[in-house]
Ligand binder design. Structure first.
Ligand code: NAD
Length: 446
């Protein structure tokens, strides 16, 4: 994802912003653009600023909200000729760096074109929390064009398929999705829509920031919990390779590859450097699964060696669970294979108020799908009781990913203000409000 936009309100008119996605490929490009400003179009070059080597600089995040937004480079001089000049500049940039990665071809002028986002409402409480979240996103003032597509039960009823091609067609156009939970029958029935989506789009990072919200009373409220989970998202026991060996004997294959393990470890360390995190802990069971978890661990060690500024540690998964309950505030960034990542995500959600709270992002090379950690909660579906905080916080990550950091920050602050007041909270977090009342309270704060 790459684009150019003008700064949000409060910044001098005409100052532009170049946005580059969170991906390694884009970052190489960024480095090149900053190193060789003479190759930049004149409109972006400007005069050298005495404080800076280049008229462009890598901008720092305005907050520390644990988001996973793109790096971006900021122009330090006004582009006085207005939007058309900015648009031309992007096209010139493409010419200046013709060998650039494919992301260059998806250039958009963010400020003047609405963000196209695929909205997958999902099953159970999915449509309720998705509707609430879409309203909150729109209330930030960011221009959004939703492409609504169904997956799960609604899709099966309409098309006969749980995961219709329309979902992939839409994501191929938008590259960004906001997704409600989709149910998967237990011990029989169709296979998981979520797993299929992540595998087919190669969304290899599952990113889940777990933080205590202000004012929320939990068993651990007195602790400053602020940790981040990097869960491998495409393999492990989720490969779904199961068979009957003989009557009464079943087998399920655990698949761990070097490529996927390196990818998730790199994502965790690169994030840690960028966000000023201090320590990455790899979670495993390599004492028992010596080949599979052993490979995962070796990959984490190899990547860790390239990041000496980040402390690296390892914990066996059972011990990690105990320590997370005993001393959650001491954890920073966790990197895990798929299944442990799933289980530990729910465990850590329990530390900060439950599944209604924790957001997530599935990130790949050309696509990102944002969704809460929780499932379709059939026990409360259709009752207007669901807590939309987790999906709203996922939307905050999405806005940051799209480069809408100002809107992301405002949405986060609005959610926090509602929690701090504590007057319109849903039942799962000790309040008496329903989904709609909570949503209106958040929108009121925006
Ligand atoms: P769940 O997360 O749906 O629910 C667990 C408990 O948490 C329930 O008591 C539920 O009421 C509560 N809860 C969850 N989200 C809540 C919210 N936003 N507000 C208030 N309470 C909330 O887990 P489950 O019951 O084990 O799974 C139900 C279905 O969801 C299964 O079919 C499962 O496969 C699916 N699932 C989907 C996803 C996904 O789409 N990403 C993730 C997990 C589970």
């Amino acid at each position: 994802m790459f684009g150019l936009r003008r700064r949000p309100d409060g910044f001098p008119d005409g100052i532009g912003q170049l946005l580059l996605g969170h991906l390694g490929a884009d970052k190489k490009l960024l480095a090149r653009a900053v190193r060789k400003p003479d190759r930049l179009p004149a409109v972006l070059r400007g005069d050298r600023n005495s404080d800076l080597d280049s008229p462009l600089r890598i901008a720092h995040r305005p907050d520390h909200a644990g988001d996973y937004g793109p790096d971006f480079i900021e122009l330090n001089q006004p582009v006085e000729d207005g939007p058309q000049a900015l648009q031309n500049a992007v096209l010139d940039l493409q010419l200046a760096f013709p060998s650039a990665e494919p992301e260059w071809h998806t250039v958009r002028i963010l400020r003047y074109v609405a963000h196209k986002i695929t909205l997958i409402p999902g099953d159970g409480i999915g449509p309720e929390v998705a509707d609430a979240t879409a309203r909150a996103v729109e209330a930030t003032g960011v221009a959004v064009e939703w492409e609504r597509v169904d997956a799960g039960l609604a899709a099966e009823k309409a098309t006969g398929h749980y995961l219709p091609e329309a979902v992939f067609d839409s994501l191929a156009r938008t590259h960004v999705g906001l997704k409600g939970p989709v149910g998967t029958p237990i011990a029989s029935g169709h296979s998981s829509v979520n797993v299929a989506l992540r595998k087919r789009l190669n969304l290899f990072v599952n990113f889940r920031p777990v933080r205590m919200l202000p004012g929320l009373k939990t068993r651990f409220s007195d602790l400053a919990i602020d940790l981040v989970i990097f869960r491998e998202n495409t393999e492990d026991l989720y490969a779904g390779i199961e068979h009957e060996v003989a009557a009464g004997v079943m087998e399920s294959l655990k698949v761990i590859t070097k490529t996927a393990s390196m990818n998730i470890a790199k994502a965790a360390f690169e994030y840690s450097v960028r966000e000023g995190r201090k320590k990455v802990v790899a979670i495993h069971k390599a004492n028992i699964m010596k080949l599979t978890d052993g490979l995962f661990l070796r990959c984490c060690r190899e990547v860790a060696a390239g990041f000496p500024e980040i402390e690296y540690g390892e914990l066996i998964v059972d011990n990690a669970c105990m320590q997370l309950v005993m001393r959650p505030e001491t954890f920073d960034v966790l990197v895990l294979p798929n299944l442990y990542g799933d289980i530990v995500s729910d465990l850590t959600a329990g530390l900060v108020g439950g599944l209604g709270i924790v957001p997530g992002a599935n990130l790949g090379d050309s696509c990102a799908v944002f969704e809460a950690v929780h499932g379709s909660a059939p026990d409360i579906a259709g009752k207007g009781l669901a807590n939309p905080t987790a999906l709203m916080q996922s939307a905050r990550l999405m806005l940051a990913h799209l480069g809408e950091r100002d809107a992301a920050l405002r949405l986060q602050k609005a959610i926090e203000a509602v929690y701090r007041e504590g007057l319109h909270l849903t039942r799962d977090v000790g309040g008496i409000a329903g989904t709609d009342e909570f949503t209106k309270a958040v929108i009121g704060k925006l």
